[in-house]
Write a protein that binds this ligand. Structure first.
Ligand SMILES: Nc1nc2c(c(=O)[nH]1)N[C@H]1C(S)=C(S)[C@@H](COP(=O)(O)O)O[C@H]1N2
Ligand SMILES: [Mo]
Length: 430
């Protein structure tokens, strides 16, 4: 068996090279061997090795060399309008997003909530209206789960009829994945006692615009959570401190932050965001309303624009895949713009409604190549091609002067990165 077997065009290797051929692959990547003494001479004694280091701070932050690993802000001067902070997917690895890099969309800033004064009220069509302090909520049984949150407007640039010369952060930076810990909403609704007439709930935030969204009771009782912790620590202020609704796999906007009210009703509230922003008009004239799922999707993070390749040779192509309909079943990667495909290795554990990292070994011959990924989920859904997607949902002219203009929601087609002979990576449609 050849460990470095080429299985698809432009040099994609069988994923087995990671398993059985790890050593062969590593040797092929580094490509040169040194004698014992020459190897030892590679070590020099820098200042940091010759005197004691600095004291460890109470709260650890990344090395000063990691400054470029940060979010990009849509209003860096704090202009009072909707703010977007985008995750640098090309500068991180693994499957969850550190709290300081989790994307944020905030339509009226982040309220500075005193947790001692904050209350969560559950009322409406319930037998026993309830009010909770943060301390009281903390005494209920808790659960932890990894899940992604994705803005319905993530990847809006992909609706443009011309490729956008931007990074994976600019194009797909409005999705992140974290381990959330909190109380299942079903536990709280059980205590309040649901009136059988209740079919929806309206969740409201404590921010100044009181963002509200309607959630069907079935989803509320399924896997919806009142999240109190994010990756082990209290929620970041931008992500809803001290509590948020977590509606796994569903449109980001439903994940109401700074949660203060849940009202059970017998109909949706038709709030601003569900009646306007997240009800785009389809090419067939119908509104895409109450469409909640963030469908199966994947994109390559390494390489991607900004990560210029060096010399020809071995590279790992890697990226993330996720679906609102469960676990990722399979990811295929192409290096020739979609003509031939190699199956990627999936990083275990593969969790439902969470990021799954995929990897495939690639031998770049130095010529032009077009990298692309396509994911399948366990429910049998597959990412549509961009052409299929655009036929159903439409596209916009370039340049997109108003990025909020429709259509701009729920893009889940593939993304293609072209590798130039110089090693530069650019965005193309293929
Ligand atoms: N109260 C409140 N909740 C909110 C928002 C907001 O502005 N106010 N933004 C929403 C939007 S549009 C999205 S995509 C998600 C983003 O969650 P994150 O900022 O934690 O990543 O929060 C949603 N919840
Ligand atoms: Mo959003």
């Amino acid at each position: 068996m050849n460990d470095l077997e080429i299985v698809a065009g432009n040099g994609l290797l069988h994923r087995r090279a990671f398993l059985t051929g790890g050593a062969a692959l590593a040797a092929a990547v580094t490509g040169y061997r040194l004698s014992d003494t020459v190897a030892a001479q590679q070590l020099t004694d820098e200042a940091w090795s010759t005197k004691p280091g600095v004291a460890i701070p109470e709260y650890g932050i990344p090395s000063s060399f990691e400054k470029p690993v940060s979010r990009t802000l849509s209003n860096p001067k704090g202009e009072p309008r909707t703010q977007h902070a985008r995750t640098p997917h090309h500068l991180v690895n693994g499957t969850f997003t550190p709290n300081g890099l989790h994307f944020v969309i905030s339509h009226s800033g982040a309220p500075d909530i005193d947790p001692a004064k904050h209350r969560l009220v559950i009322h409406g069509l319930v037998k026993k209206p309830l009010s909770f302090t943060l301390d009281a909520l903390g005494r209920y049984p808790m659960v932890s789960r990894m899940t992604f949150v994705e803005c319905g407007g993530n990847s809006a640039a992909m609706f443009s009829n011309q490729p956008t010369q931007a990074s994976v952060q600019a194009i797909h930076g409005l999705v992140s994945c974290a381990e959330w810990t909190g109380v299942m909403l079903s536990t709280l609704l059980d205590e309040a006692g649901i009136d059988p007439k209740a079919t929806w709930l309206i969740a409201e935030g404590a921010d100044s615009l009181a963002l509200s969204r309607s959630v069907p009771i079935a989803k509320a009782l399924d896997d919806t959570m009142v999240a109190l912790y994010q990756n082990g620590e209290r929620l970041n202020p931008g992500n809803g401190y001290p509590m948020r609704l977590l509606v796994p796999g569903w449109e980001g906007n439903l994940n109401v932050k700074w949660l203060r009210r849940i009202k059970l009703t017998d109909q949706p509230g038709l709030s601003y965001y569900e009646a306007r922003t997240y009800a785009p008009i389809l090419p067939n004239g119908k509104a895409y309303q109450f469409y909640f799922l963030q469908e199966v999707k994947s994109f390559i993070t390494h390489p991607s624009p900004g990560l210029t390749l060096g010399a020809p040779g071995f590279y790992e192509v890697s990226g993330i895949a996720y679906s609102a309909s469960g676990r990722i079943a399979k990811v295929m990667v192409s290096a020739d713009g979609g003509s031939t495909w190699a199956q990627a290795a999936l990083q275990e554990p593969v969790l439902s409604k969470a990021f799954t990292r995929f990897r495939v070994p690639w031998k770049w011959d130095g010529g032009p190549a077009v990298l692309q990924s396509r994911a399948w989920d366990e429910a049998g859904n597959v990412q549509p091609t961009r052409a299929q997607f655009v036929a159903q949902r439409g596209q916009t002219k370039t340049p997109v002067t108003n990025p909020a203009a429709f259509p701009s929601q729920h893009y889940n087609g593939p993304t293609s990165w072209a590798i130039q002979r110089t090693g530069e990576v650019t965005h193309v449609y293929s």
